[in-house]
Ligand binder design. Sequence first.
Ligand code: CUA
Length: 342
Amino acid sequence: MPLNLLSRMTRPLFFTQSDGSFWMPPAGSEVAPQVDAVFYFIFWISAFFFALIVGLMITFLFLYRERKGVEPGKTAHHNTALELTWTIIPSILVVIIFYFGFRTFMDITTPPLNAYEIQVTGQKWNWEFQYPNGHVNGELHVPYDRPVRLVMTSRDVIHSLFIPAFRIKMDVVPGRYSKLWFRATKIGEFNALCAEYCGTGHSDMLTHVVVHEPGEFEKWLTEASDWMKDVPPAEAGKILVMGDAQGRGGRGCKQCHSVDGRSGTGPTLKGIFGHEVVMKSGEKITVDEDYIRESILDPQAKVVAGYDPVMPTYKGRIKEEEIKAIFEYIKTLKDEGSPGNP
Ligand code: CUA
């Protein structure tokens, strides 16, 4: 691969670390070194010409400054050799940049046929990853050294999934599917984020990509798919709302709903159960199981006063047992003293 060679040859020049990173986190995908090679190639060409042009400009300013008693010389009007040089050299450089850029672009956009497919949904303001067996997770878990294809869409506005360590980014658009693929070459946990401004919670639209050791991914998926079986409902609800270190089941609730009384994009979940809250319509409602279930499946039906109706519906993508677990958890969030901030 000429690109890999280019990347290896130019590495010492670019002051990059042994893993090829300097501006970006360590490269974690097959395509990352190629992206870096093109990036650094363009970067150093630009740096070279910047230094050359600005250097000459300053030199000429000094050499040809106005001096007493010195008549300005004749100005050169035309120089064919010079003009050909400054046309041909940049043209060649542009063609080289196009060649490597286009090849890398093709590699990024053409997934192998045997790729493992994961459905991605972006919405204000969390990510959902659905695996072939139907399991939904707030984190992207993938096997090591295996092509993974992401089929992505949005429930509301345009988002963009960016995985810096993999050097890939793609817009996630409502009403259509965009695709992205990668092959992870490093085991571990990497950041994934939204790279398209999508509203007040944009900067919270963060998640992780977990690359599993060979064989471990299948194990993870099996365990993750029915983790709720052995967990008491209230505790399972906590994991659904807050997520957990193993990335088992976070459904993104905490992006907007606090559990400590603080008001966010949405009302806090603390101390609401059994208490009365005032709706936008002026109606007063006592929070119970029915209200919580309706708020998850049809969030626009009743909106708490002082909040915007921005919550997306979870209809069709949350199980009854998950809803049950969530209200069991909300019941445990008691507010001693005053009733919770609705
Ligand atoms: Cu989603 Cu920014």
